[in-house]
Design a binder for this molecule. Structure first.
Ligand SMILES: [Zn+2]
Length: 261
């Protein structure tokens, strides 16, 4: 009897699942086309994503065309060392990856965060192994109020859940209400975010001597994360890494081309 009941129950659950799939069929994360399994991309979106991997510059994480050996540093980094120690991005900011980043940011697709975070953990494994704090790029209070959520915090929180690394959004504030970086040139972006961030006096002890990992959705010129890195360095951070979902690769950032981020 118990067995029969269990069988009926499981048949009922299976029927429920099938009905659920008919009502809410799993869709591609990138384009919402129907796919066999939830939480995946369709073949055309997969083919459209450029995952970043080694060989890459040990500092910037920008892929090399040829393997230059472990620890090799790109000429761009040697000419102009960044304010942080290293950066990594999961994918190039293009095609389906660009659509995913925009959906998370502008269409409240917070359901995407765990998937994008998983790719970030993979690309940033050498950072995550040693990072002591995950710090999302903060939004100004007013912008947070109108947008209601911070896409960088969603990603950092998902990474924290997947890796057990501490999520620490409260250690730094955005005190200057900056213009949106959309459409600004590299130099304008730097000026725009100068002195934008502040570590409250009471939070400095949390940062001092620590390896802090800054989390953001898209790395464009690096102006925002550089300003934040300088602020964290002044507060005593020992090491600063940057982990983003996507990165605009050199040559992709063309002036005059409308930049949606
Ligand atoms: Zn798709």
């Amino acid at each position: 009897m118990v067995e029969r009941l269990a069988k009926i129950k499981s048949a009922g659950a299976a029927a429920g699942q099938i009905a659920g799939r008919m009502l809410f069929p799993p869709t591609c994360l990138g384009c919402r086309k129907i796919v066999a399994e939830g939480g995946t991309l369709c073949a055309s979106c997969w083919g459209d994503i450029h995952f970043l991997d080694e060989p890459w510059c040990a500092v910037s994480g920008v892929p090399f065309a040829y393997d230059m050996g472990t620890g090799a540093i790109s000429p761009a980094v040697m000419a102009s060392p960044p304010a942080y120690d290293r950066s990594r991005a999961a994918v190039a900011y293009d095609g389906a990856a660009r659509r995913l980043a925009q959906s998370l940011k502008y269409q409240d697709r917070t359901d995407l965060a765990p998937w994008l975070a998983g790719w970030m953990v993979r690309a940033g494994r050498d950072i995550i192994d040693h990072a002591e704090l995950l710090v999302p790029v903060p939004l100004h209070r007013q912008r947070f109020f109108t947008r209601r959520f911070n896409q960088s915090a969603e990603l950092a929180r998902a990474i924290a859940r997947q890796t057990g690394r501490p999520f620490a959004a409260e250690v730094v504030m955005r005190v200057k209400k900056t213009r949106q970086q959309v459409g600004l040139k590299a130099k304008e972006r730097q000026d725009n975010v100068r002195a934008a961030f502040l570590v409250p006096e009471g939070k400095k002890a949390l940062i001092a001597g620590r390896h802090v990992c800054i989390v953001d959705d898209v790395y464009t010129t690096g102006a925002t994360v550089s300003a934040l890195a300088k602020c964290l360095r002044r507060a005593g951070a020992r090491e600063i890494s940057v982990l983003t979902f996507a990165r605009v690769l050199p040559g992709d950032f063309r002036r005059g081309k409308p930049e949606p981020i």
